[in-house]
Ligand binder design. Structure first.
Ligand SMILES: [Zn+2]
Length: 529
């Protein structure tokens, strides 16, 4: 037999005063640590918070149920039909508007990615809410469960409970995502997992269930990886992806859930990025996966740091860029342990640096009057793939310093040849083509290697701005150059001795070598050994 009217405070379990989630019940002593947000607190303070919640529930019940709280806590004292009427006429309308608003905000939050790269604080847009409000709402919903007597009402309450719980956990996660420490991943995993538990079996919320399940697995994977358990990382990520794809498929089929797709795509990108991280760490020449963690941290900080010009802004929108760079880094690491090949120039050096190979087909006009003709040329430019280090440094750099400046190296022809239209090119990248022709697909030599810090697309844009810069520098080029569509064809690793005064970054290119491939200390910190 239940006691006839238990005080409401006892029906609400102890809750975290920081995030509002239930606290562990198996505590001894005066202090309890929240397993959802990590906040330690005195039990008396948590109890005071529960008392506040109880007051809110009581006032909610007084306004929604004419007979007051006794109708609910009295158990079987009110017959089922009366309870059903109370639910339909009082409770449901009282919950409905808050539920609708919470669901809207929850979906809005879920239109963004919900996981963070290791070491990186991620700002999640749309996460302005207080998780405690969501959990107070959840407690209200649970306080009226005895009034839901038919299946429809019970399902309605279960859906609200699931959304309130999910939203509460997601808001707590948003706070965790905005920090950078490794200790957040077990919390992220638990919160996503518990949200998934409340969503499980709710057919209208299946997309959310699949997504939260996938997110919990990604958080577990990253947690494993940064502790050196690369196998667990790989297994969890392989398991996560089908859940996220299922969530995407359902969201695509349901118009009211299509808002989720952008966020799911970012989560999928995060899963692929995390898989590259697994590859980067497991392809370790020393056999110790945590050996590359420090360099990985520098890489991630570099890749996600904002550029002064704002071109490479951090945050959720450039997840694809980070994913791309991590994939290239993984390919480089595999080549370092002989599990794959990259294009390599065989030359002495202390550190391998990456360069984009860019074909620059262009046409130019030569000759005067009846000798005038168009000439088509394909030249080649190397772009230091570490160019963001140079371009983002204080004061920046002009694009000609991070490429083989082939338009400065054009052959000086006589005015007679120019008038007669005998020029064959207005650029001089012949030696670049020779160096690239001498490169071969190979494992990387056993020296440290720096991964590319830019994408193929960015290399193409850099060459475009170099061409514009060349036009401004040289009026003759400006007048003659007609059309150019740079094509980024590959990446090549060239040994270098950065920081040696007077030594070109690419020794074989002499004066045509890029003059600025990034600060030597920064390159050293980014070099995977
Ligand atoms: Zn908490």
């Amino acid at each position: 037999m239940m006691p006839s009217t238990p005080p409401l405070t006892q029906t609400v379990a102890l809750r975290c005063r920081s995030c509002g989630a239930p606290l562990p019940t198996d505590t001894t002593g005066d202090i309890v640590r929240c397993t959802h947000c990590g906040t330690s607190q005195r039990i008396v303070d948590a109890q005071a918070f529960v008392d506040q919640i109880a007051l809110q529930i009581n006032s909610f019940l007084r306004s929604a149920v004419p007979l007051g709280a006794g109708a609910i806590t009295g158990g079987g004292t009110v017959d089922p039909i009366a309870r059903h009427n109370l639910f339909v006429q009082g409770i449901r309308p009282a919950l409905d508007s808050e539920y609708r608003e919470m669901k809207f905000r929850c979906f809005d939050l879920l239109s963004h990615g919900q996981m963070a790269l290791p070491f990186i604080a991620m700002g999640t847009s749309g996460a302005a809410g207080d998780p405690r409000q969501a959990f107070v709402f959840q407690a209200k919903v649970r306080s009226v469960s005895t009034l839901a007597v038919d299946t429809e009402s019970q399902e309605y309450l279960s859906d609200i409970d699931a959304i309130a719980t999910t939203y509460g956990h997601l808001l707590t996660n948003a706070g965790l995502l905005s920090k950078s420490g490794p200790e957040r991943y077990p919390f992220l995993a638990r919160n996503c997992g518990e949200a998934a538990d409340t969503l499980k079996g709710r057919s209208r919320l299946r997309a959310l269930y699949e997504r939260l399940t996938g997110l919990a697995l990604i958080a577990q994977a990253i947690d494993g990886v940064i502790q050196g358990d690369v196998r667990k990382g790989r297994d969890s990520l392989r398991e996560a992806t089908p859940h996220l794809l299922k969530a995407r498929e359902i969201a695509l089929q349901n118009f009211d859930q299509s808002v989720l797709i952008g966020g799911i795509d970012e989560d999928l990108s995060m899963a692929r990025a995390a898989l590259s991280i697994v590859d980067i760490l497991s392809a370790s020449p020393t056999g110790n996966p945590t050996g590359g963690l420090r360099t990985l941290e520098v890489l991630l900080r570099t890749v996600t740091s904002p550029a002064p010009g704002g071109a490479l802004t951090p945050g959720s929108t450039n997840m694809g860029r980070t994913e791309n760079i991590l994939a290239q880094t993984a390919a480089m690491r595999r080549a370092q342990v002989g599990q794959g090949n990259v294009r390599v120039v065989r030359a002495p050096g202390r550190i391998s640096l990456p360069y984009w190979i860019v074909e620059v087909p262009y046409s130019f006009q030569t000759g005067a009057l009846w000798k005038a003709r168009g000439v088509e040329v394909t030249d080649m430019i190397l772009v230091a793939a570490t160019f963001p280090l140079a371009m983002n440094a204080p004061g920046g750099a002009d694009p000609s310093t991070v490429v083989t400046d082939v338009f400065a190296a054009r052959e000086q022809t006589t005015w007679r040849a120019r008038v007669a239209g005998r020029e064959t090119a207005i650029s001089g990248g012949g030696i670049v083509q020779q160096v690239v022709a001498g490169s071969v697909p190979l494992p990387l030599p056993g020296i440290p290697a720096v991964p590319p810090l830019s994408t193929q697309e960015e290399a193409g844009q850099l060459v475009q701005s170099y061409l514009e810069w060349s036009r401004r520098r040289d009026t003759e080029i400006d007048q003659k150059l007609r059309l150019s569509l740079p094509r980024v064809v590959d990446i090549v690793y060239i040994p270098s001795v950065p920081g040696t005064p007077g030594a070109p970054a690419v020794p074989g290119l002499g004066s045509l070598s890029p003059r600025n491939v990034g600060d030597p200390a920064a390159l050293n910190a980014l070099a995977f050994t």
